[in-house]
Design a protein around this ligand. Structure first.
Ligand SMILES: Nc1ncnc2c1ncn2[C@@H]1O[C@H](COP(=O)(O)OP(=O)(O)OP(=O)(O)O)[C@@H](O)[C@H]1O
Ligand SMILES: [Mg+2]
Length: 276
């Protein structure tokens, strides 16, 4: 791949089995991209939204983020600029990224979330021009890939988060197959919550057996877990080894994309001082 064909912008979908750490990893990756000087928009697509909590917002602030109406993107008033969209519907977060909320279930029996998924598809398609990194935290499972058109069809890369379980790797393999059908160019796994060297080795061997590239391994971090319990992830820097692992993941994504402006390139590695 040549660097001249590489887009200056990056659109990342964060997917995976339920509870593996998609929202936590989305928040950590988004703020790491910010720390590298990028203009970052994080989109919460979970019908039970909590990405704001992983970006340093309180529960009430997270719940106050307005859901982006579909009509804004398909209305008759012409295409809104990214700046206009973000100033009306985006919310700044203490962690740095701008947060958009695309889907929320506010009442029992309120109907399906199809229009929210279509909104995300449009956002990734052409609505957020000028944003350096758009990162989408998806709901668990595979439905977003099987929907008509595919919610993440315009993503450049899917980051499929795994935990050290066979089931999460099976979900990654199913994701990889569907992503190929949608024409999504890159699927990279992130091993999360590794507690032991055996966990890290499991990610390497199990994902290699499925033909899925491993972008990096994040340790199970007691501070991240404690901050999540307190509802305050994103307010303080993570431990140095966690940040180093996040930087390995960002570098691997950049390398897969052939290198982008504004971020440095480095060879991906699995070094993890805590476990090696
Ligand atoms: N690296 C980590 N170290 C410690 N705890 C973690 C780590 N990553 C995630 N967790 C914890 O795992 C739990 C699930 O995380 P999270 O909510 O991010 O998962 P999810 O995949 O988004 O879940 P869902 O499928 O419900 O959307 C949380 O308690 C979170 O604090
Ligand atoms: Mg989540």
């Amino acid at each position: 791949m040549t660097t001249t064909a590489t887009p200056a912008t990056l659109k990342v979908g964060v997917v995976g089995k339920g509870g593996v750490g998609k929202t936590t990893v989305s928040g950590l990756l988004a703020r790491s991209y910010c720390a590298r000087g990028n203009h970052v928009v994080a989109i919460d697509t979970d019908s039970n939204p909590n990405l704001g909590l992983s970006l340093g917002l309180s529960l009430s602030e997270t719940e106050a983020v307005p859901v982006l109406p579909r009509a804004v993107l398909v209305g008759t008033g012409g295409d809104p600029s990214a700046d206009a969209l973000l100033s009306s519907y985006g919310r700044s977060t203490p962690a740095g990224p701008m947060l958009l909320s695309a889907i929320r279930v506010a009442a029992a029996g309120a109907g399906c979330t199809c229009s929210g998924h279509a909104t995300v598809r449009s956002l990734l398609g052409d609505a957020l021009t000028g944003v350096d990194v758009t990162l989408v935290d998806m709901e668990a499972g595979l439905e977003h890939l099987s929907r008509s058109g595919g919610t993440l069809a315009y993503a450049d890369v899917l980051v499929v988060v795994c935990e050290p379980t066979r089931k999460s790797v099976i979900t990654a393999a199913r994701t990889d197959a569907l992503a190929a059908e949608l024409g999504i160019g890159h699927v990279l796994a992130v091993g999360n919550k590794a507690r032991t060297p055996e966990d890290a080795d499991f990610f390497v061997s199990a994902l290699a057996a499925e033909g899925i590239a491993l972008a990096g391994v994040l340790p199970y971090d007691a501070q991240v877990a404690a901050q999540d319990r307190a509802g305050s992830v994103g307010l303080t820097p993570v431990a140095a080894d966690v940040q180093a692992a996040l930087d390995v993941v960002l570098d691997a994504i950049d390398a897969a994309m052939g290198g982008r402006p504004m971020t440095k390139l480095a060879e991906p590695s699995l070094s993890n001082d805590r476990h090696r």
